[in-house]
Design a protein around this ligand. Structure first.
Ligand SMILES: [Fe+2]
Ligand SMILES: [Fe+2]
Length: 174
């Protein structure tokens, strides 16, 4: 008998720490799209804008949920067990979330106001904002991937991880 195991869509939500890293890879793909779209705002405007809408949809849904997972489910459960230096690390991550959100909001509203076809100065502004967001968020992901899983694995109990898993599913209406 051939036994084909098909993972349900929520599979990695049962392993919340791994899910964070998996989400980082999906975010990186969208950051790459933001960079690639820039040169095409002039020569393939409609196609470029469609690609951007898909990226914005991702950041407004999965991206926002990912940040909520970290800030609302993980960080509060870690707080009491961190060294002062680790607490500073988490404070920095939260600050980076706020900075990324601010650049993202500026990028999104800039795109909403683009003329069709966009002027070169508008494209230049787009490229600046996209580069700023990509630089910040890639470094943020690098920082998180380097330290956060080990800190979380050290501190969180199986019961904590189960509760986090349930909260993450609830956030995604699963
Ligand atoms: Fe983060
Ligand atoms: Fe993250």
């Amino acid at each position: 008998m051939i036994n084909i195991r098909t993972a349900p869509p929520s599979a990695t939500l049962d392993t919340p720490i791994d899910h964070l890293s998996a989400c980082h890879r999906r975010i990186e793909e969208r950051l790459q799209t933001l960079e690639r779209v820039g040169p095409h705002l002039l020569d393939r405007t409609a196609e470029a804008l469609t690609a951007l809408q898909a990226v914005f949809w991702f950041f407004d849904s999965s991206g926002a949920t990912h940040t909520a997972d970290e800030e609302e489910s993980f960080f509060p459960r870690l707080a009491a067990h961190l060294t002062p230096e680790e607490q500073q690390f988490l404070n920095d991550l939260e600050l980076e979330h706020a900075q990324a959100e601010s650049i993202y909001d500026a990028l999104k509203s800039h795109v909403a106001q683009l003329t069709n076809p966009p002027a070169e100065a508008e494209v230049a502004r787009y490229n600046d904002l996209a580069r700023e967001l990509c630089t910040l968020y890639r470094q943020h992901i690098k920082n998180e991937d380097a330290r956060f899983p080990a800190i979380a694995a050290r501190i969180l109990t199986p019961a904590d991880l189960d509760a986090i898993s349930q909260e993450m599913k609830h956030r995604r209406n699963l």
